[in-house]
Design a protein around this ligand. Structure first.
Ligand code: H79
Length: 597
């Protein structure tokens, strides 16, 4: 029960976060383009959550404290006076800036974003604004940010600072601490903002050389005026310094997806997802739920294939060491990336609005990179590429030996097929990258079509939404419908079929987090080719998203239809009733048509 409540809270927080943060950069802005140039190339960065919370490491007075580790002060409602005492115990003598930076470099990361101050209010650098900082309040006395700045400069890595500009649980007027101080609405937030947040950000941009980006987070209480003010201050002090999407009021230089949220489909904005390697940002001694290496590689590729940046977190210990499981994983990702870097760094997104089921695509001028996660055996067929493929080869193979290639087309059906001959076993089980040299820009069929395995996948994020009430459905950044509570709302898709036959219809629904509650009990009808198929949504058949195992999905098998002609078809999904006990409504991810053999 408790689990359920926490998950629901978390979900709510993530939804609030992601909604508040997703925005479209407005007018063309050459200054912004210039600032973002390195960041758009980079695609992969290291997030570091390091602070006093590494001392309790998830445990307070002998009790494990649930939730993300850097939130322990809030979760356990630790009084400021008690939490402050952690500083005296913080002596990370094993900290070695060059080692951290080298690890990031070995992983193929191009920037490091480190917590200069998290919500607990403790500055991890020598600050003249507040003595509550690592140099003045700990036996360590060193300024790790100075050391990191030097190491980054030497290694050619961009140093960036996370700074919690709104929440500050140490200050009476900072947002968030209502256990020592009055509720937020009674605070003089402007006083904290002027007296601590702004002067500290000024220090960070003045004393550490060129800074790549300031990563503001959770803009609670921040007014539009304050967001503009602090953004302007950053750009005035360092015109090339990027401001993160979470500064508030859409003032940032790019958009931040929610924590651990990976966008799907075409994303027409600069974006980044911060991702945890286990279930916490700040170190927790009992969190060993590490994501496996293949998941991390898939996440990197998935984000790159949608034009985003992957900011992958490590949470160093109070001794100053990056946990060994993180080190091993980063080395493994780096090993993959060394052989396949060309397909990620500086790469552009997939030209297709949907994902192929064998893997994902990235592009560069004249090239398409096919990231094959599910090795198909001796042959891979891809539909929808109109370009003439001049040469196909495995990226990791130095010689680039051409693979046998066959292209066919039936332009009246918009049918284009490219098949390549492959070695029987995957040359890299994580992701073997095949390069298609296509001469010019990718020219592909963006309409939904049947795929080589005979399946048709109608993604919720590619549906035409027919609103029954005018309000209702939005698509979250996993591409899943949310807010579908009105059974008068419907979804419709156009698609192209190449092989007439009998198809099983499967509705795929999603649960954002484990135990997030039932998404069953809805009754729906599918209409296609003059046939009506009533059915129930259930959670009996569960599977996980391979690039995000925390995301659970469910197949509801609705029955069979016969599609007797090739060419254009239309399918509509119309709910008959939506179970109101499920607050998010009908969380549709996709409708699949699976050929019946
Ligand atoms: O720095 C990391 C997080 O600490 C920060 N953003 C990332 C990058 C962050 N701040 N707030 N949130 C994330 C979302 C808040 C989630 C909450 Fe909860 C849900 C706050 C209260 C309920 C999780 C569960 C944290 C405490 C309990």
């Amino acid at each position: 029960m408790r689990q359920v409540r926490i998950s629901a809270l978390l979900l709510l927080a993530v939804m609030l976060l992601s909604q508040a943060l997703v925005a479209q950069p407005a007018a063309p802005d050459p200054e912004r383009d210039k600032r973002l140039q390195w960041w758009r190339e980079a695609r992969f960065g290291m997030f570091v959550h390091w602070g006093l919370y590494a001392v309790p490491a998830g445990e307070w007075k002998g009790q494990p404290i649930a939730g993300i580790g850097e939130w322990i002060m809030n979760r356990a409602k630790i009084p400021v006076k008690e939490y402050e005492q952690l500083a005296a115990q913080f002596n990370p003598v094993k900290f070695n800036a060059e080692q951290w930076v080298q690890l990031a470099k070995d992983a193929g990361m191009k920037y490091i974003v480190i917590t200069s101050k998290h919500h607990d209010g403790f500055a991890m650098y020598g600050s003249k604004v507040s003595r509550y900082n690592i140099v003045d309040a700990t036996p360590f006395k060193r300024d790790p940010m100075k050391e990191l700045a030097a190491a980054c400069r030497k290694a050619g890595i961009k140093l960036c600072f996370y700074y919690s500009h709104a929440q500050d649980w140490h200050e009476p007027d900072g947002a968030g601490n209502n256990w020592d101080f009055p509720p937020d609405e009674k605070k003089d937030f402007a006083r904290y903002f002027e007296a601590k947040a702004k002067p500290q950000v000024r220090e960070l941009l003045t004393n550490y050389g060129p800074i790549g980006l300031i990563w503001f987070d959770t803009p609670r209480l921040i007014t539009a005026e304050q967001a503009r003010d602090i953004t302007g201050m950053v750009h005035t002090l360092q015109p090339n310094c990027i401001v993160s999407g979470r500064v508030g009021h859409n003032m940032g230089d790019y958009d931040s997806a929610g924590d651990n949220q990976i966008s799907v489909g075409v994303v027409k904005r600069d974006w980044e997802t911060p991702v945890t390697m286990n279930d916490t940002w700040g170190f927790k001694k009992d969190d060993s739920n590490w994501k496996p290496v293949p998941v991390l590689i898939k996440q990197l590729v998935r984000i790159a294939s949608r034009g985003g940046n992957y900011l992958l977190n490590v949470g160093p210990t109070a001794e100053g060491e990056i946990p060994q499981p993180s080190v091993e994983r980063l080395r493994a990702v780096g090993q993959w990336l060394r052989a396949n870097n060309e397909s990620i760094t500086g790469a552009s997104p997939s030209p297709f609005p949907y994902n192929q089921d064998w893997g994902l695509i990235t592009t560069k001028p004249g090239k398409m990179y096919l990231h094959v996660f599910e090795w198909p055996g001796r042959q891979l067929t891809v539909y929808g590429i109109r370009n003439r493929v001049q040469k196909a080869y495995l990226l990791a193979e130095a010689a680039g030996t051409p693979l046998a290639l066959k292209q066919e087309s039936k332009p009246d059906l918009d049918f284009y097929s490219a098949s390549i001959g492959l070695p029987p076993a995957a040359p890299d089980p994580n992701d073997a990258v095949i390069v298609f040299e296509i001469g010019g820009q990718p020219d592909v069929v963006t309409a939904l079509t049947q795929q080589p395995d005979g399946a048709v996948t109608l993604e919720a994020y590619l549906a035409e939404i027919q609103p029954g009430s005018g309000a209702g459905i939005t698509i979250d950044n996993r591409g899943v419908a949310s807010g579908w509570t009105n059974p008068k709302d419907a979804m419709k898709w156009d698609f192209k079929l190449f092989r007439p036959g009998t198809y099983e219809i499967v509705a795929v629904t999603a649960a954002p987090f484990r135990n997030a509650g039932l998404d069953a009990g809805h009754q729906v009808t599918v209409e296609v080719a003059g046939q009506r198929l009533p059915g129930a949504i259930s959670q009996a058949e569960e599977f996980v998203d391979p690039s995000n195992p925390r995301m659970r999905y469910y197949n509801s098998r609705l029955g069979r239809v016969t599609l007797s002609k090739a060419g254009a078809h239309q399918l509509a999904l119309k709910p008959q009733s939506i179970d109101s006990r499920r607050k998010g409504g009908l969380s549709l991810a996709s409708i699949k048509l699976l050929p019946v053999k």
